[in-house]
Design a protein around this ligand. Structure first.
Ligand code: UT7
Length: 324
């Protein structure tokens, strides 16, 4: 009998501190008008000095478990997507594991930058389908504020901190014509584009943490093309068309990218879940943050077709389709 990974709960966490565009305009040569016009971002959350990626992840995970009525000790796998781990090692996921008093199973991190959540979801889904795990926490958590060059106006205005989590559980299809759960995942990467988006530090290169560097317009062009094409690939794999999508929950990098992708697929804007205006780009956390909001406020309902897509450094890109 086929196993499906069904989402049984979502949760998210945002640091308290709100940083507005006006506040940034006092630090670098920018303006609220420029940031809003070019990106749709109004504000972002920034973690407190003593808050680490794991602290945000733990809070999001606890809410997701509560909403799923699942105890931490019953989770048998944590897959945490982050490009800003607490430490070079061990995996930030093991910090979450300890905090949730989960003594069984396994916990590890996945690194695909802004596509991290889709990669983590795919890994978790494979574990469930193969029967290697049954109750899985998939987390996207980031403190990008720690790797920004706060003197570079072309990047420091774009990112924020946050975390989102979902709980997946394996369920048998039971012969249902339209089984709920993850329908398919589609991952891609192309390492030739390293220099368009990377961090200029790391343990084996500079022995420093480094700062994010990005050729924005080049990334923008690839983002629109790649996200539209991987979404088409996901729809084709399920004999679906754009009109079958109830909700598109894209990686939140730039409102103009969201609009262009939706236009390419002829998807009405009302079907796109947008949070970039308040969260900015939270990398691997952006999809589960947006997803949690749309579930919490009742937009996403059981049996809805939810499409997710992302693109990030590497380049990496991917999409997942879920019957909620
Ligand atoms: O999540 C991973 C994927 N990341 C992304 O998807 C990001 C993709 N890229 C983007 O979102 C956009 O390319 C940006 C928002 C980064 C930039 O927008 P753009 O419309 O592509 O602007 P641009 O880089 O072409 O810059 C236009 C002008 C330049 O000035 P000149 O050369 O025309 O005089 C920039 O120097 O805007 C200037 N500029 C700024 N001005 C005010 C760049 N950053 C700023 C700023 N404030 N913060």
């Amino acid at each position: 009998m086929n196993r499906r990974s069904v989402v049984v709960g979502c949760g998210s966490y945002l640091p308290d501190r709100i940083v507005t565009n006006e506040e940034l305009a006092q630090r670098v040569d920018t303006s609220d008008e420029w940031i809003q016009q070019r990106t749709g971002i109004r504000e972002r959350r920034i973690a407190a000095d003593d808050q680490k990626t794991s602290d945000l992840a733990i809070k999001a995970a606890q809410t997701a478990l509560e909403n799923a009525s699942v105890r931490g000790e019953d989770v048998d796998l944590i897959v945490l997507a982050t490009a800003t781990p607490d430490e070079t090692f061990p995996a930030t996921a093991t910090r979450v594991q300890a905090a949730l008093e989960m003594s069984q199973g396994a916990a590890f991190d996945v690194q695909a930058v802004c596509t991290g959540f889709i990669y983590a979801l795919n890994v978790a889904d494979n574990f469930i389908r193969l029967g290697q795990a049954n109750t899985v926490l998939v987390i996207g958590a980031e403190t990008f504020s720690r790797i920004l060059d706060w003197e570079d106006r072309t990047t420091c205005v774009l990112f924020g901190d946050g975390a989102g989590a979902i709980v997946l559980q394996g369920q048998d299809e039971n012969g249902s014509e339209h089984p709920r759960g993850i329908l398919s995942n589609h991952l891609h990467s192309d390492g030739r584009h390293h220099d368009c988006l990377y961090v200029d530090g790391g343990p084996s290169s500079t022995q420093t943490v480094g700062h994010l560097r990005m050729e924005g317009p080049e990334v923008f062009r690839h983002a629109v093309t790649n996200m539209a094409s991987v979404l088409r690939e996901a729809l084709a794999a399920n004999n679906m068309e754009p009109k079958d999508i109830d909700w598109l929950v894209p990686h939140q990098a730039n409102k103009r990218i969201l609009d262009s992708t939706a236009r390419k697929l002829k998807l009405p804007a009302e079907k796109v879940v947008v949070s970039v205006d308040r969260h900015a780009n939270t990398s691997a956390a952006s999809i589960p943050l947006a997803l949690s909001e749309a579930v919490e406020d009742g937009r996403i309902q059981q049996n809805n077709i939810v499409a997710m897509e992302a693109m990030g450094g590497g380049f990496t890109w991917g999409a997942s389709l879920i019957r909620w």
